[in-house]
Structure formats: C-alpha cells, structure tokens
Design a protein around this ligand. Structure first.
Ligand code: GDP
Ligand code: MG
Length: 169
C-alpha cells in the first residue's frame, strides 16, 4: 500500500520514559518495570490526520547513551521529526536537552522537533519549574508538551502534532 509514512525519533536521557511513550501510543500499554532499551527498536501505528487521511507513523526508540556507530547512523537516517523528552523529576535530563538538540540539528537537517516534559504526574517531586521548561522551549523554538505516559495524558497529541507538521511540509 502507499500510505504516507512519517519517521519519528524519540530521544533524551535514559529512563525519562521514551520506550514507555512509544509503547503507550502504539499498544495502549504501560509497565512500571524499568527495562533498559538495548540498541534500537521501532514500533508502528496508523493514525488518521484531519484533512490528510491515514498516515503510518514509525516511532524509533533507542538507548540514549550510545555512540555514533553504524546502528546510530541507520537510526538517524531519513528522520522526519523528533520528540526530545526529559522527565519532571530528573534535573540532569532537563539540563541535557540543549545538547540533544544541537546533536540532532547537526545530523538531521530540517526536522520538526517538540519538547516533551514527561512524568507530569510527579509534579510534587518536580526538579524543574514550569517557567524553566517554558523558557527552554522558547529558547529552542520548540513547542512544549506536558505529558504523563503513566496516566495517558497528552501522548497522542505529541505524535499527531508532529505527523500534521510533516504532512504540511
Ligand atoms: P527510557 O529509558 O527513556 O526508555 O524510559 P522507560 O520508558 O524505560 O521508563 C523509565 C521508567 O519511568 C519506567 O519505570 C517507567 O514505568 C517510568 N515512567 C515512564 N513514564 C512515566 C510517567 O509518565 N510517570 C511516571 N511516574 N513514571 C513513568
Ligand atoms: Mg528505553
């Protein structure tokens, strides 16, 4: 078949919820147990986008700490859009966002990127203020989504937003 296809990478530090987000969106499932991602995996989901019809999203997941080897090259190739995620209760994951962003910009030209603050359900243990998150998004000219993969809050919005952006290109 000839469905339009959008390749989306999910990046960010380890344990911010990248794998959980992809699993939640593609399979509607959530698991408390942390299983470290080894290498690269992807899942697909077809969605209907207003005005465009059905689209196939390919969501690429990876371990965050890998080097630029053959696997990573394959991973970044032909990327259309990027989800850059950090976690509400993890200060270092927030502080690494800028370097993730510049890394992506040197490898993938012309991708749409969004900033995701995951684990918003842990707002009581927040290590990042909402002003800081907003300021960073503004700095990097990215739209900010506040998400809880655990509570299934705002996950679909992230991916349909990126799909829409890609189709409008
Ligand atoms: P990854 O290393 O970025 O792929 O992170 P994982 O998806 O493996 O998630 C790391 C841990 O965070 C797991 O124990 C998840 O259950 C948990 N987690 C993921 N999303 C959320 C969320 O929205 N809220 C909370 N409280 N925990 C989450
Ligand atoms: Mg993972």
């Amino acid at each position: 078949d000839v469905l339009p296809c959008v390749k989306i990478l999910v990046i960010g530090n380890g344990s911010v919820g990248k794998s959980s987000m992809i699993r939640r969106f593609c399979k509607g499932a959530y698991n408390e147990n942390y299983k470290k991602t080894i290498g690269v995996e992807y899942l697909e989901k077809e969605v209907e986008i207003d005005g465009y019809g059905d689209v196939r999203l390919m969501l690429w997941d990876t371990a965050g700490q890998e080097e630029f080897d053959e696997i990573t090259r394959e991973y970044y190739k032909d990327t259309d859009a990027v989800v850059l995620a950090f976690s509400t209760d993890d200060r270092p994951s927030f502080e690494t966002v800028k370097s993730w962003c510049s890394k992506i910009k040197t490898i993938c030209a012309d991708v749409s990127m969004v900033l995701v603050q995951n684990k918003i359900d842990l707002i009581q243990q927040a290590a990042v203020s909402s002003q800081e998150a907003e300021a960073l998004a503004r700095d990097l000219r990215m739209r900010l989504f506040r998400v809880s993969v655990k509570e299934s809050l705002n996950v679909e919005e992230v991916f349909t937003y990126l799909a829409q952006k890609q189709l409008e290109k």
